[in-house]
Every structure is written in C-alpha cells, then in structure tokens.
Design a protein around this ligand. Structure first.
Ligand code: FES
Ligand code: FES
Length: 157
C-alpha cells in the first residue's frame, strides 16, 4: 500500500513491495550514501536516523518508515558547507576507504544531539554498532570529540 515518508526534509510517496527493506527503498530513491555491508545488523554501514534515532536500515521494512522522518548522510551537510562532524572527520583524518563513514557520522550526530559533551567511553559506546575495517577507531573517536568541541563553541547544528 502506498504511503508517504520524509527523507532529509523531502516528502516521498512510495509503494514498495511488502518485504522491501528500508535500505533498498532509500538506495532506490537515490540515497546511495546508505551502504550495504553485512545485511544482518552487524556492521552499521546501513545506519540512518529514523525520527532521530540510529537504526540499521537493512533490518527494517520500508513500510515501517510510513509517516516518519529519515535522515541519511545526504541530509547532514548544509547547502554551503559540511556539518562540523563531517569537517572534523576530514581534519582529523578519520576517513580511509569511507565505506563505514556515513553510518558512523549519523551515529555520531545522534550522540551529540543528546549528549553534547561525551567522554571517550560515551563515543565508543555510541559507535559500538558501527564497524570500521580501516581506521582502528582512534581517529574516529578523536574526530567525534573534536566535533563536540567545535559544536560547543557554536560551530554547528
Ligand atoms: S548492512 Fe545493515 S548492519 Fe550491516
Ligand atoms: S574507513 Fe574503511 S571501513 Fe571505515
């Protein structure tokens, strides 16, 4: 049955087959920043925010997004510049192959919205569902802590 939902502030009318995953619907709509890794809820590459909460879009049916708001990595930056979290990832050198990065940044965004002053432990916990094969996490954690500092100084959203 057709329904509407919102992605990054834009309404979409969709009518996906019953067992379509949110991951596939989003990618089919062009939100290819949503990555598919394990397809089983283990890697976090497919993370999006559903009404502000990080979820694995490979584990959610498309129809579960009915009348809800999804945020993908495409909706994180402003028109003119990157979000402070994205900028911190670049400045600190927390991106290698980049496959995990959209999911990591969305989990980080959800963390910093509810905990603007996280400890290293808080960051590691918040990102525990996002696997990265490249970085060893040190730079990722550093980038999130740096982003928190910048956001506190008034550098973001
Ligand atoms: S692809 Fe969804 S958690 Fe790995
Ligand atoms: S940067 Fe390659 S998987 Fe994280």
């Amino acid at each position: 049955m057709a329904f509407t939902f919102t992605v990054n502030g834009r309404d979409h009318l969709v009518d996906p087959p019953g067992e379509t995953r949110l991951l596939d619907m989003l990618r089919g709509l062009g939100y290819t920043g949503v990555k598919e890794g394990c397809s089983s809820g283990e890697c976090g590459a497919c993370t999006v925010l559903l009404d502000g909460e990080p979820v694995c879009s490979c584990l959610i049916f498309a129809h579960q997004a009915r009348a809800r708001e999804v945020t993908t990595i495409e909706g994180v930056a402003g028109d003119e510049r990157l979000h402070p979290i994205q900028q911190a990832f670049i400045d600190v050198g927390a991106v290698q192959c980049g496959f995990c990065t959209p999911g990591v940044i969305l989990s980080s965004l959800a963390l910093l919205r509810c905990n603007p002053d996280p400890s290293e432990k808080d960051v590691r916990e918040a990102l525990s569902g996002n696997l990265c094969r490249c970085t060893g996490y040190v730079k990722i954690v550093e980038a999130v802590l740096e982003a928190a500092k910048r956001l506190k100084k008034g550098g973001g959203r």
